[in-house]
Structures are given as structure tokens and as C-alpha cells.
Design a binder for this molecule. Structure first.
Ligand SMILES: [Zn+2]
Length: 134
């Protein structure tokens, strides 16, 4: 048993809202879909607080894919640290890759990518960083 675990199966969404004028309007849906946790590092929001510490990430960055800026399937819920590190990086889909099949969380809390795709996400997001306090 480790400190935390990535899910067994790829993430599937419960919701599929459309028609909002801003991506921020999808935030309540995303919070529920991602159970108040960062899709990358699994940090959990503090109960009852809605702060700028968590936000909406565009998996396909707005700069490259402006047509997907309001596409719910392109939006992820994540912490500010992960969002900043991801930036406009081109990484594999965390909903598909950050699972127990691709990522091993060790007893001491460090994580290891079992596949190339997982290792890329871990490297870009510095998910194995010891100095990371998430
Ligand atoms: Zn995070």
C-alpha cells in the first residue's frame, strides 16, 4: 500500500456540459468530474475553499488550439503548480496515462513511470520532485 495511488482505469467523465461563454464557467463541472483533485499530482483541494490554487487547464493549449478553448473534453482540473509546469507543453493525455497501469507509486511516495508516456508526464510536471510539496 502506498501513500496514494493513481486510478486503476482511465478517467471517464460524468458530465459533458456545452455552451458556456468562458472556460472558467466549466469549473464546477470539472471539480466534480475530477473529485476536487489535481488530475496530475492528485493533490486535493482544501474542503470548502475556492481559491486560485486550483484551476482549469487546457489540455490542448489555447495558444495552439483556440477552437478547443471551450471544449469540455479538452479541459482538466489541476493545481496551480501543475498548470504552471505544464504550460504549453505537448504531453500525453493524463486521463488515459496517469493510471496504475502506467504509474507506480512507491511506499515512500515517490512515483515511477512504467511507460514512456507516463515518464514524459512525470518529467514535464516534475511529479517525482522531492522539493515538490504538493
Ligand atoms: Zn497538481
Amino acid at each position: 500500500m502506498s501513500a496514494f495511488d493513481y486510478p486503476i482505469a482511465p478517467h471517464t467523465r460524468k458530465h459533458g456540459p456545452v455552451g458556456y461563454a468562458t472556460y472558467a464557467a466549466y469549473r464546477p463541472w470539472l471539480r466534480d468530474d475530477f473529485t476536487f483533485r489535481c488530475v496530475y499530482c492528485l493533490a486535493r483541494e482544501q474542503w470548502g475553499r475556492v481559491t486560485g490554487e486550483f484551476g482549469v487547464d487546457h489540455f490542448q493549449p489555447q495558444a495552439r488550439s483556440p477552437h478547443q478553448a471551450l471544449d469540455y473534453e479538452n479541459l482538466l482540473y489541476c493545481c496551480q503548480s501543475c498548470n504552471a509546469l505544464k504550460g504549453n507543453a505537448d504531453i500525453p493525455d493524463p486521463c488515459a496515462i496517469l493510471t496504475a497501469e502506467h504509474v507506480c507509486v512507491k511506499a515512500d511516495g515517490t512515483i515511477e513511470g512504467l511507460t514512456l508516456a507516463a515518464r514524459k508526464i512525470i518529467r514535464v510536471l516534475a511529479l517525482d520532485s522531492e522539493s515538490c510539496n504538493r
